[in-house]
Design a binder for this molecule. Structure first.
Ligand code: UDP
Length: 406
């Protein structure tokens, strides 16, 4: 592997063996033997950003684990002008239920930019995995000789029917569609599979941190630690409901003293992020802090130090931030939507909420009761260890890819 000095290894790929203490030696052997059976394959992933959302987070870890296990796995990102990403963000929103005005101009921008990317990409791999709607029509431009899989990460509870009718002919050229949850299944001729995402416990967002390291990160951003921290970590996106978080926090503040920190980023394929960020900045107060930071160690520190982490989404394909905080033994309050419902079992390892008022009362209860936080947090970490570690995701992909090789 490039980047390793034989004498003194500086970098190494994250491997399945690293998980032995977490998943046991039998699981490690089973997964590696499945990977071995696919060792001659050359896979490629295509998405629309290297940074800023859950898809990039998953790909950065999963592609390395695949390479470490001997499967050559690449990752390419499509390029596009701002009008392309503004169109695809509208599509993203419409797949999550918004209206969309699907004009001939929008279709032209979308299809033309994807065609131009197709001309540059030369996708002749053994398996091609295309993520989300942005690069979806790539498949039209190849004489397909191997399995192509469309991996949709969105909350598909209620996709806009007009957009679905437009995208379906592209989707139906694929050999399989993978969505996060069974309830996202659509009317399609293509076989559908369901694989929930997972977290890499050794990544910079999730790796262990000492108290001193946490203090240092929080101090660096002048985050006060004199009161309990209530935190939401999310892209600046309306579906994450940052305004709802602020409203819930203000109600809770009538009964408890705490500091709210909203930390987020703007993915390169998300042109609406800046506007959402500016709108919530207007809500800043002494005890309501809004930070736009490209700092995974800060995310890690906040998820660890928080008394309560919120993920009050209104739509959520899966919601990696939920498992990330749960892994750190932190009590999480999640919106009762999409993939969050598969991670949090209400009252056992966190809380699910349907309204601002419910979120507020759960914030109050958790801030007031350290024992409750501890009980939920301990159960949360165990849930993630059992269900949401990267090795489980890797194995499900191996099974799916293996099914095409049979
Ligand atoms: N994230 C981050 N910095 C931020 C906000 C988010 O590194 O300021 C990471 C977060 O830790 C998580 C991912 O981005 O790994 C977001 O994934 P999620 O599935 O929660 O939501 P998405 O952005 O894909 O809708």
């Amino acid at each position: 592997v490039i980047g390793i000095d034989e004498e003194k290894p500086v970098f190494r790929l994250p491997s399945v063996e690293d998980y032995e203490d977490l998943i046991g030696p039998e699981a490690v052997t089973r997964i590696l033997s499945k990977a071995y059976a696919l060792r001659d394959l050359h896979l490629i992933n295509v998405n629309s950003t290297y940074y800023g959302g859950g898809v990039a987070q998953i790909l950065s870890s999963l592609t390395l684990m695949m390479n470490a296990a001997g499967i050559q796995t690449g990752w390419r990102v499509i390029e596009g002008r701002p009008d392309f990403f503004s169109t695809t963000k509208k599509m993203h929103n419409a797949l999550q239920g918004d209206e969309i005005e699907l004009t001939p101009l929008k279709k032209k921008i979308y299809e033309e930019v994807v065609f131009e990317n197709a001309a540059r990409m030369h996708l002749d791999h053994d398996v091609v995995i295309v993520h989300d709607p942005q690069p979806l029509p790539l498949i039209r431009h190849y004489r397909k000789q191997s399995p192509w899989i469309w991996r949709c990460h969105l909350d598909m509870t209620n996709p806009n029917p007009e957009l679905w009718d437009y995208l379906s002919p592209f989707i139906e050229q694929y050999d399989a569609v993978v969505m996060s949850l069974p309830e996202y299944a659509q009317k399609l001729t293509t076989p559908q599979r369901f694989i929930m995402p997972a977290i890499n416990p050794f990544s910079s967002v999730n790796e262990d941190m000492s108290d001193a390291e946490i203090d240092e990160r929080l101090a660096h951003y002048d985050i006060p630690t004199d009161l309990p921290l209530v935190v939401q970590v999310s892209r600046f996106d309306k579906w994450k409901d940052p305004q709802g978080v602020i409203k819930a926090f203000k109600i809770a503040q009538k009964e408890v003293d705490a500091t709210l920190v909203l930390v987020g980023n703007v993915a390169t394929d998300d042109p609406e992020g800046q506007e959402v960020f500016e709108a919530i900045c207007e809500c800043e107060e002494e005890r309501i802090i809004v930070l736009s930071a490209q700092d995974t160690a800060l995310v890690n520190a906040l998820q660890r130090r928080a008394a309560v982490v919120l993920q009050k989404s209104l739509r959520e394909g899966f919601g990696l931030t939920v498992s990330e905080a749960m892994w750190k033994g932190t009590a999480v309050i999640g919106g009762n939507v999409g993939g969050i419902r598969y991670q949090i079992v209400d009252g056992e390892n966190g809380y699910l909420v349907d309204s601002i008022e419910q979120a507020a009362s759960r914030i109050v209860a958790l801030v007031q009761d350290e024992e409750l936080r501890q009980r939920l947090g301990d159960a949360a970490r165990e849930t993630v260890r059992e269900k949401f570690l990267l090795t489980r995701l890797f194995e499900e992909w191996l099974d799916l890819i293996g099914s095409f090789q049979a």
